[in-house]
Design a protein around this ligand. Structure first.
Ligand code: ADP
Ligand code: MG
Length: 432
């Protein structure tokens, strides 16, 4: 700033000097005239640049800097630098905002930023989908007016947000969301939403499963206990004792079957896809299965084998043969004596291969079909038990199928019979 004043003082001195020179050479009047001319010129010069700078600032564009001179050049340069750094900061801010948005978009959870009155500032895509809002349309609107779920509204109004809450039925009746509000900054709020429908469903399945296993084991245990008590307390004849022991063994066997099937299931569940690559000749496999089927049926059913394709199936032989045997044992157990059981291996037009078991049994009503592979689901409980079923057979088959990228198809007509097929993708077949 000292330079500024020095320049002014120097300029004044120069005018004074020149005017004095004129006054000394000519008269006082010419001295004054020169002084007025120089001062006037000086004022006009500054007014000119003042106007130019004002015009620039009025319609400000960073890249249209007016040319200045002297202090005006310095002033314009200073303004330019300030504006430039402002611009840079704005750009940085915009960049940061963009980063923040793309980070929240990449998050699997929903994020909504709100002000203290719950007005929407921003919502990422997940939150838009989960809550049914849109940043574009709803920015500035009160979230409570859009998501009118009572539990949601009372949570937002509660002021006790240190714990997340679980809310069912926002937007769709079976969706389960975990929601937490986190205040931040001076007045802002962050609403985090997470879709936990799947986790909730798994948790329910797990609870049901534990209850079912307990129930399934409890029945034979109760019967066993009853017999044990009778044996201990009553003096029984030898023949009766033998009969009771036989009945007890049936119950013990039932428990053993259940536990064995559970162990098979848990083993299948613990690994995802099979890595074992046995080459299974389906012709030989069908013959073996038919032999076992006949002995299981005690020749009460007719077992028909059709091997229509010579392709070899690639997979885990032990798992697959147990899955096939499960389907066959169902067909035999549910089909009355005299019925026909068909075992078939064929190639489909799309290149996939089907193993199917058909029977002429009672068939299954269509409403049961989607649930048949659930653990312990049975259409006819007593029939299943009488024939030694555990209710886990089809669950095992389904798991083996999934592990081999195969599909289990069930086709059934009440009164006519059923057809259970395992369809293997082309990549699991190999020409002989
Ligand atoms: N071939 C079939 N014909 C009629 N019903 C069947 C047949 N296969 C399975 N089911 C029905 O599906 C239920 C589940 O089968 P599964 O999981 O193998 O258990 P289970 O041990 O009872 O056989 C059976 O209880 C039965 O009601
Ligand atoms: Mg079964």
């Amino acid at each position: 700033m000292a330079g500024f004043w020095i320049r002014i003082v120097l300029y004044m001195l120069a005018i004074a000097g020149v005017s004095w020179l004129f006054a000394a050479i000519g008269n006082a009047n010419s001295g004054w005239t020169v002084a007025v001319l120089f001062l006037g010129g000086w004022v006009i010069y500054h007014l000119f640049y003042l106007e130019k700078t004002m015009a620039w600032l009025e319609d400000f564009q960073l890249d249209r800097v007016p040319r200045g001179s002297g202090v005006w050049e310095l002033l314009v340069a200073k303004i330019y630098r300030l504006a430039k750094s402002g611009e840079r900061q704005r750009q940085q801010l915009a960049e940061t905002l963009k980063d923040f948005r793309s980070a929240t978009e990449a998050m699997p959870d929903g994020v909504v930023t709100l002000d203290e009155d719950n007005q929407i500032l921003y919502a990422n895509e997940q939150a838009e989908d989960q809550l049914g809002i849109s940043t574009e349309k709803d920015a500035g609107r009160n979230l409570i007016n859009i998501v009118r779920h009572p539990e949601f509204v009372s949570y937002l109004n509660s002021q006790s947000w240190d714990k997340a809450i679980v809310i069912r039925g926002i937007r769709s009746s079976n969706r389960v969301l975990q929601i937490q509000l986190i205040p931040y900054g001076t007045r802002q709020r962050l609403l985090m939403t997470r879709d936990i429908t799947q986790i909730d469903r798994l948790e329910t399945t797990r609870r049901d499963f534990v209850a079912n296993v307990s129930h399934e084991l409890k029945t034979p245990l109760t019967v066993l206990n009853g017999f044990l008590e009778t044996l201990r307390e009553l003096p029984l004849e030898e023949a009766q004792k033998t009969q009771y022991l036989g009945l007890m063994q049936v119950q013990a066997q039932r428990m053993q079957n259940i536990v064995e099937d559970l162990l098979v299931l848990s083993k299948l569940e613990s690994t995802s896809a099979v890595t074992q690559e046995d080459s299974i000749s389906m012709g030989a496999m069908l013959e073996r299965l038919a032999h076992d089927a006949r002995s299981l049926s005690r020749e009460q059913h007719q077992v028909v084998v059709e091997c229509e394709d010579s392709s070899i199936l690639i997979g885990a032989e032990d798992e697959l043969s147990s899955a096939f045997a499960n389907l066959i044992s169902n067909a035999i157990r549910y089909t009355p004596a005299g019925g026909t059981i068909g075992l078939r291996w064929a190639k489909n037009p799309d290149g996939s291969g089907s193993f199917s078991v058909t029977d002429t049994g009672p068939g299954i009503e269509s409403q049961h079909l989607p649930r048949l592979t659930e653990r312990f689901y049975r259409v006819d409980r007593s029939r299943s038990r009488e024939t030694g079923g555990t209710g886990l057979g089809l669950a095992i088959v389904k798991h083996v199928a999934t592990r081999h990228q195969a599909q289990l198809l069930i086709d059934s007509e009440v009164g006519k019979g059923s057809c259970f097929s395992l369809v293997f993708p082309e990549k699991r077949l190999r020409a002989q």
